[in-house]
Design a protein around this ligand. Structure first.
Ligand SMILES: [Zn+2]
Length: 80
């Protein structure tokens, strides 16, 4: 386990991430590929909508659940 706390992907936000948004852009990603954004409680809806209106959003799962998945493939993180 890493002791580094994942941070929300929303621009300028330094809050601890609670949610993982799994998404895929069919124009540039293979269908099974999953990009991930992290979100705090406050930004989950905002980021979900951003991805949702573009048809990119595939899954929103609690961070604890995501990290317990064996095939999570790690978190890309990064700022939006
Ligand atoms: Zn946030």
């Amino acid at each position: 386990m890493s002791d580094e706390t994942p941070i929300c992907s929303a621009k300028g936000c330094r809050a601890d991430a609670v949610w993982v948004l799994a998404w895929n852009n069919p124009k540039i990603h293979a269908p099974e590929r999953r990009k991930t954004w992290l979100a705090c409680e406050e930004h989950r809806e905002h980021l979900s909508q951003f991805l949702g209106v573009r048809g990119f959003l595939k899954d929103v799962v609690p961070l604890t659940e995501w990290t317990s998945r064996e095939d999570s493939g790690g978190l890309s993180g990064g700022q939006v």
